[in-house]
Ligand binder design. Sequence first.
Ligand code: SAM
Length: 243
Amino acid sequence: MADDFFGDQVAERYDTSQDDMFANEAIEPAIDVLAELAGDGAALELGIGTGRLALPLSRRGVPVHGIDLSSAMLARLAAKPGAEQIGVTLGDFAHTRVPGSFQLGYLVFNTIMNLTSQDEQVACFGNVAAHLDVGGCFVIEVMVPDLQRLPPGETVRPFTVAATKLGFDEYDLVTQRLVSHHYRWDGDRLESSSIPFRYVWPAELDLMARIAGMTLLHRWNDWHRNPFTSDSRQHVSVWQKAR
Ligand SMILES: C[S@@+](CC[C@H](N)C(=O)[O-])C[C@H]1O[C@@H](n2cnc3c(N)ncnc32)[C@H](O)[C@@H]1O
């Protein structure tokens, strides 16, 4: 099983540590896209976490099932109103199978990068395809690797610089590994964590989808469906399982 970087401490702070991702303006457009793609079918969220998107999607009437390997994150979800409508399975979303079939699979907030090898990312696409109905869709929201902004010879890019919080991404161009280093001052106590990721290119994801029998249907800059361009720092991509 993959390592769990979302233990009790992280889970406890998760819903308040990233206010912008929990704002209505971030959630509503995502739910619009996901509900439309789910149609009359069910949705499978990989890395469901504390239910940031699963709960509002379920409230829209879409049956949602989630997979997550963090029991601490799932416990937070279970404590929320509406959680009883959502099925959850503890496991690694690259391999864990759940009963039922789905019109939609989705994996948001850079979480495909939590799988730290190409093999695991390929396996994840295969696992999603195995759950999808024919014609069903898989959605990923993920950053575009920031290499354009990495000066030649450098390996580290800051992503947060604030009085009580610092964050740096450390890139390894050979392995496509990226380690996010987080430092946070809590009063006079310094907390730090370093989380490993594998960054992945849009075209590489398209190939993973093709291996799993899916083809690209949409690639947007964001959940508002703005066009993906050479300036895009992230993308929302939708692949469809071949009819
Ligand atoms: C950044 S959080 C996103 C949670 C939620 N999807 C959201 O949008 O708020 C990533 C979640 O994915 C889970 N996760 C990471 N790697 C996983 C894996 N290989 N299998 C299952 N869950 C995983 C973590 O435990 C965590 O709950």
